[in-house]
Design a binder for this molecule. Structure first.
Ligand code: SF4
Length: 454
């Protein structure tokens, strides 16, 4: 049962959201003024100031906020309630208490693979490495979410495999947990009119569609015709006023295209509200190192995403270059963890080593398993936030943790030793160090106009 305080907070937030709803352009600035009069400066003061400035400037972030008001009203309301209140405001407070009580990492989000099956066979996809016959049962997913909620977690993210292979079950889970927000990585090819109707009905499901660039680049990795299917899916979602984002992986081959202005504009015109950029990770025995970006290529990505963040109405995260905003590596339950389709609880979607399986232990026991505690005790892995990863930029850290904890590789088709994996990333880490140190000591170049390099 909801506490009195929680009900009062809920009531106040709903009143505020309804007020903005009636005329966002006029009422949003007024609401912020009211918040200033009621709440102390320390309560998200910096963020409130930043939002106010952005509204005055009527800049790209303001345009993005207004785009939220073009969405289906029920979906928007569920998003605000689940993401802002349940997961972020209320959830974060409970998570903090859980961390102190349990003396281990408690995540903000849980990533899980409902299935390892996929309807496509993309080159270099780690999901293909797990084999394709594994599924988390509906009961297991429900149990993970129930346990997560006890600890304060209200954000669940599906990876795979292709999660939408099990779209009927995913919709059921949305209905079973209407107080949680569900985001799903997807290749987008299974999004159709009926699924859009279901998303409108349950209101708490947001797809993040994979795109590797324009048609030729995308289809050379994902298969012929996939680009057009994704285009159709985005058009359907936009037509139905449903929120969605793009997920993309930068490599030495496509980094230029997917960080170009043309690609940003394409994502925005298609209706995407967010874009998540992932650095290519050479995970798996057959993963090649040629796709790893050079230091110069990674630097280009770093600058471009930061520049467009100041000018384009789309929320971007660059998962390898934005660690400074989250204090380094977020894995090992610090902000998130990953449960694969066999139930192995892994620190990260890219780190396939584990000591715990969710079918044999509780979520909390998994969070206290040796490799999770090793993450907890060693984070951050580097003071330079442009070198956050224990695998990519600090491979000695992952070698040590896996060996010390006896965590086993969870790729059952072709198990990869930690030495094999880290031998691939060691030259990359050494190469990147100089550029990373230069960029880090230089600070945020997107704000500085002083050195003449940009
Ligand atoms: S382990 Fe590496 S890839 Fe995974 S969250 Fe940490 S920094 Fe990112």
């Amino acid at each position: 049962m909801k506490s009195l305080k929680e009900s009062a907070q809920n009531f106040a937030i709903n009143r505020a959201l309804n007020y903005v709803e009636s005329n966002p352009e006029e009422n949003l600035p007024k609401l912020l003024e009211m918040v200033d009069n009621v709440f102390p400066k320390e309560w998200y003061g910096e963020q409130r100031e930043a939002i106010k400035k952005e509204i005055e400037r009527k800049g790209n972030w303001y345009q993005l906020i207004l785009k939220l008001y073009e969405l289906d009203p029920g979906v928007r309301k569920a998003f605000f309630q689940n993401f802002l209140f349940n997961a972020s405001l209320k959830g974060s407070a409970i998570i903090e208490e859980s961390r102190e009580r349990e003396k281990c990492n408690i995540p903000w989000a849980i990533l899980l693979d409902p299935t390892s099956a996929c309807n496509l066979h993309c080159t270099g996809c780690w999901a293909a490495e797990y084999g394709n016959r594994l599924n988390l049962s509906l009961e297991t997913i429900d149990s993970i979410i129930k346990q997560g909620k006890e600890l304060g977690v209200h954000m669940y993210i599906y990876t795979g495999g292709e999660p939408l292979v099990r779209k009927a079950d995913l919709i059921k889970i949305c209905e079973m947990h209407p107080d949680c927000e569900f985001l799903s990585f997807t290749n987008g090819t299974l999004i159709d009119k009926d699924f859009c109707k279901e998303m409108l009905r349950v209101k708490n499901f947001v797809p993040a569609i994979s795109l590797e660039g324009f048609e030729e680049a995308n289809d050379s990795r994902r298969g012929e015709g996939v680009y057009q299917k994704v285009k159709n899916a985005m058009a359907l979602l936009k037509e139905n006023k449903l929120p969605f984002g793009i997920s993309t992986c930068y490599t030495s081959r496509n980094y230029n295209d997917i960080t170009s202005e043309e690609f940003f504009d394409y994502m925005i015109e298609s209706g995407a509200l967010f874009a998540w950029f992932f650095h290519y990770m050479p995970v798996g025995n057959s993963a090649v190192t040629e796709l790893l970006p050079t230091p110069e290529q990674r630097e280009t990505v770093y600058h471009r995403i930061r520049d467009f963040r100041n000018s384009k109405p789309i929320f971007t995260m660059d998962f390898q270059n934005d660690a400074e905003f989250v204090g380094g590596c977020i894995a090992g339950g610090r902000n998130y963890l990953h449960i694969n389709a066999k139930g192995d609880v892994e620190p990260c979607v890219f780190i396939h080593y584990s000591n715990a399986n969710i079918n044999d232990c509780s979520l909390l026991e998994a969070l206290k398993s040796p490799i999770f505690m090793a993450y907890h005790d060693n984070q951050p892995f580097n003071d330079n936030m442009l070198r956050p990863c224990p695998m990519l930029e600090n491979p000695e850290a992952l070698r040590e943790m896996v060996k010390a904890t006896g965590a086993v590789n969870t790729d059952y088709e072709s198990p990869e030793s930690v030495d094999h994996l880290c031998d691939k990333t060691t030259p990359y880490a050494e190469n990147w160090k100089g550029k990373a140190d230069e960029l880090w000591s230089c600070g945020d170049c997107s704000k500085c106009k002083g050195c003449g390099k940009n």
